[in-house]
Design a protein around this ligand. Structure first.
Ligand code: SF4
Ligand code: SF4
Length: 351
């Protein structure tokens, strides 16, 4: 299927048209940062945003979600799956790679019906990143600077217009009946090619090694004293995982109403970096030290998920580095472990 062209002047009409049939969300400025939120006025949409505080993951795995309602007698359990067809506009390519990982996790093994329902009713309109979004991003090193195939529509900014690549039938549906798009001409293809070629030198490789070496580097670093150094700095606040597009750990709690007869089971985002995360029956905490939790976090991103799914669990968005008050960053961590793996390091992580 060929590319289409949509002039920027038609964007507002298109968004308004989508709003008639879907909840439309996209990046908008809020208090000096950008957040994904519902678009009530197309003028609020900022497709050239740098990065968002929370990733678009929030629409597939809501921070707080009622999984089912129940009656205390145990006689009635009612799944609570809210279907709300949603178009997410302006998804960066790193976040698209994160959704690819989330799709794999939630569609295999223990398939998650809530995630699957949200995903089936979500339309992904991604956008090509033409310059680094912030100092902490390292998407080029992680191989996430181009869009994976999961997009429904993919936009590239050509200056006065967007090219629109249609990736699925869902994407076609979003353009159905909209007459302000047309087939790209040879000149448009040439311009697109130039824009895409010119973007690459603007991004730099920030890892000192090839990402394919990351699982081995982390494996060799399991006993590194560097985890103690990170543990001494870490505040165990959990912000790094809360903003991460690939983290999906959650907590589950039950609440009952005042009659004590009806209740809800609620899922909320959790963080492996907070002390209670690994607290189990009998008061035993199998990851009570911050050093061990930091090690778990980075090994999960760069080794465990790669081994389980064939995909690295970090997409290089840089949000965790931006959110961390004590400046613990994946780039610094991975590069430092790489440097130490090049020399013998006797000290061991405190158990
Ligand atoms: S670990 Fe940090 S840089 Fe990597 S995907 Fe998560 S938030 Fe982004
Ligand atoms: S954001 Fe920083 S301080 Fe907070 S848990 Fe993560 S690494 Fe530790």
């Amino acid at each position: 299927m060929g590319f289409k062209i949509m002039p920027k002047s038609a964007l507002a009409d298109w968004v308004n048209r989508l709003r008639a049939d879907y909840r439309v969300v996209g990046p908008q400025p809020r208090h000096g940062q950008y957040v994904f939120a519902e678009i009530n006025d197309p003028a609020d949409l900022a497709l050239d945003y740098p990065t968002s505080v929370l990733p678009p993951k929030q629409y597939l795995l809501p921070p707080r979600e009622v999984l089912f309602n129940f009656q205390n007698s145990g006689m009635r359990i009612e799944a609570n799956i809210k279907v709300e067809p949603t178009v997410i506009l302006g998804v960066h390519t790193c976040d698209m790679h994160a959704i690819r990982l989330l799709d794999h996790v939630h569609n295999n093994g223990y398939a998650d019906q809530h995630y699957q329902t949200h995903r089936a009713n979500t339309y992904l309109v991604s956008i090509e990143c033409l310059k680094p979004c912030m100092e902490h991003s390292f998407c080029k090193s992680m191989g996430t600077l181009t869009v994976p195939e999961e997009f429904d529509l993919h936009l590239t900014d050509l200056g006065t217009a967007y090219t629109v690549d249609i990736g699925s039938e869902k994407g076609e549906k979003l353009l159905e009946g909209f007459d302000q798009v047309w087939d790209a001409s040879d000149d448009d293809y040439q311009l697109l090619s130039r824009v895409l070629t010119e973007k690459w030198p603007r991004f730099s490789y920030r890892l000192d090694f090839d990402v394919t070496e990351l699982p081995d580097i982390l494996n060799l670093s399991q006993k590194s004293s560097y985890w103690n150094e990170l543990g001494d700095r870490c505040l165990a606040c959990g912000m790094c995982t809360k903003v991460c597009p690939t983290c999906y750990c959650f907590d589950v709690s039950d609440t009952v109403d005042l009659t004590l007869k009806n209740g809800k089971r609620i899922r909320t985002w959790d963080s492996c970096q907070v002390e209670e995360f690994a607290l189990v029956a009998g008061g035993h905490n199998f990851r009570s030290k911050r050093a061990l939790r930091q090690r778990h976090r980075f090994l999960r991103k760069g080794k465990y998920q790669y081994e389980a799914f064939g995909m690295v669990g970090c997409v290089g968005c840089g949000r965790c580095a931006q959110a961390c008050l004590v400046h613990i960053t994946p780039v610094e961590t991975f590069n430092e472990l790489y440097r130490r793996s090049q020399r013998t390091e006797p000290a061991e992580v405190k158990a």
